[in-house]
Design a protein around this ligand. Structure first.
Ligand SMILES: [Ca+2]
Length: 222
């Protein structure tokens, strides 16, 4: 990991002299090459993939309360929350960010279909790895779940995740369903972003300060 050197006297918030001319000539910072997508892409409504299950289309129509043809964050939250299962707006927005690569907080039929099937998978995973049927995922269960997804995170990282997501505050720390999804999405998303910079899979990556911030912030502020 390399960190910006501060010996030129500039602070982290100010571009180093080598970038200032670039920033000045274009008026904005250069676009990050991390798939934010075209800003216009978000305006083009997607369509259902051919052969979409009519049940998914019916769910979309029920979820689209204002009939706009798109699902916003509140509509998706309501659609995902059932009588015994609530979804935090944060988890919903993180899902939307990861499925659209934008912060528009809307998804179209195509992304809705992807979210629909991916949540079926998450639900199956949650039930599979909740070994003691407690309805919550503890550190060891999370370790197995992440391993099955191909992510071998250390015990310290597992502990940190479970401690941060535990809502009970009791001695038996564990994660509820919506936070389990959020937790897996963050581990998956950040690992993939890291791997983009770690092309030799050495476990070491070099980020500029700017790209580090642009990589991590969408996961922190959604
Ligand atoms: Ca459990």
């Amino acid at each position: 990991m390399s960190y910006p050197q501060n010996h030129h006297g500039y602070s982290y918030g100010v571009p180093p002299p080598s970038q200032q001319s670039y920033t000045a000539s274009y008026g904005v910072a250069p676009p990050p090459n991390n798939n934010y997508g075209s800003p216009l892409a978000a305006l083009v409504p997607s369509t259902f993939p051919p052969g979409t299950d009519p049940n998914v289309i019916a769910c979309f129509q029920v979820a689209d309360i204002d009939g706009s043809g798109r699902i916003d964050d509140k509509e998706l939250q309501r659609a995902l929350s059932s009588y015994n299962q609530s979804f935090s707006i944060r988890t919903v927005r993180l899902l939307m960010y990861l499925f659209t690569n934008t912060n528009t907080r809307h998804i179209g039929p195509k992304e809705f279909t992807q979210v629909f099937y991916s949540l079926q998978n998450w639900r199956a995973n949650f039930e599979k790895f909740d070994r003691d049927r407690s309805g919550r995922i503890d550190t060891w269960e999370l370790r197995e779940a992440l391993m099955s997804l191909g992510f071998a995170v250390s015990h310290m990282v597992l502990d940190l995740l479970v401690s941060k997501y535990d809502k009970s505050g009791g001695p038996n720390k564990a994660i509820d369903y919506d936070n389990f999804i959020e937790c897996c999405l963050i581990v998956k998303g950040l690992t993939e972003k890291f791997k983009e910079k770690d092309i030799t899979y050495s476990g070491i990556a070099t980020f500029t300060y700017e790209s580090f911030m642009l990589t991590v912030l969408p996961f922190l502020i959604v």
